[in-house]
Design a protein around this ligand. Sequence first.
Ligand code: G3H
Ligand code: 13P
Ligand code: ZN
Length: 325
Amino acid sequence: MTVSYKELGFVNTREMFKDAMKNGYAVPAYNFNNMEQLQAIITACVESGSPVILQVSSGARKYANATLLRWMGRGAVEMMKELGKPVPVTLHLDHGDSFELCVDCIESGFSSVMIDGSHLPYEENIALTKKVVEYAHKHDVTVEGELGVLAGIEDEVSAEHHTYTDPAQVEDFVKRTGVDSLAISIGTSHGAYKFKVKPGQSVPPLRFDILAEVEKRLPGFPIVLHGASSVDQTAVATINKYGGKLENAVGVPVEQLRKAAASAVCKINVDSDGRLVMTAAIRKVFATKPEEFDPRKYLGPARTDLIAMYKDKNQNVLGSAGRVK
Ligand code: G3H
Ligand code: 13P
Ligand code: ZN
């Protein structure tokens, strides 16, 4: 039996992206795998008055159990009401890799899915994406497709080099699939090692020329940026100070993300930054308070730091803070 996301209190991305496009900001799409991450995302977005997309990857479903995750999502909506200022919440499948997975998520209450056929030949990507869109739209669920391949690892798929999105394909892809938003490849990548640069060297700029060309061909159409963590150097330094080993971890500079958020980019995906902040806080407790063994004593500080990081992103990078009236 299909569970309607509307009954669970989620919304699809349509109105969110309309507002983001009109007002030149991006909606945050934050991944979660556990309770502390979810609490932090919800608390930060409620406190900063930002709409939010809760992202669940298939890896997260395997780790935390798919049923538990969606009930956690529903619980988060209820918690948000109690906190006093509810914000629109989308429950979104990140990097769906099959029609069956998308159907499973839609039937269990997701309000948005990504079907990532970017690794497939063009016509196969179109056929798969179209099939998902046809099913999803019957349930008023929105669909994100992808054109172009990001370097790095996402779930089990990895690519050594970028294949930048070819702007000449975007109109055809959107028209023939009916997708509601499109993820493009302009130089970002997943994980904490986005660019190969020596310490102190600046990272190469994203391909804003490709983004501009895509915008020209798809006026007013919502674009999605994956692999958009900034890899905060303070978090990296804290991890390394307390026994970690992250060498040459670099992310996308915040100015470039601000520029993207002000454009047709309506959704910015962040996972790695949360992982880094959480790891830094936990390592610090382990190193400075070795007598602690209550998980609340290290997961609690991690959650506090996560809230601060997400609020900072909403306020100072994506521009999504204060958008919920
Ligand atoms: O795109 C990848 C996301 O960061 C999700 O990562 O597949 O390890 O959960 P994951
Ligand atoms: P990061 O690894 O840069 O956080 O990207 C996350 C992402 O794109 C999830 O789909
Ligand atoms: Zn991604």
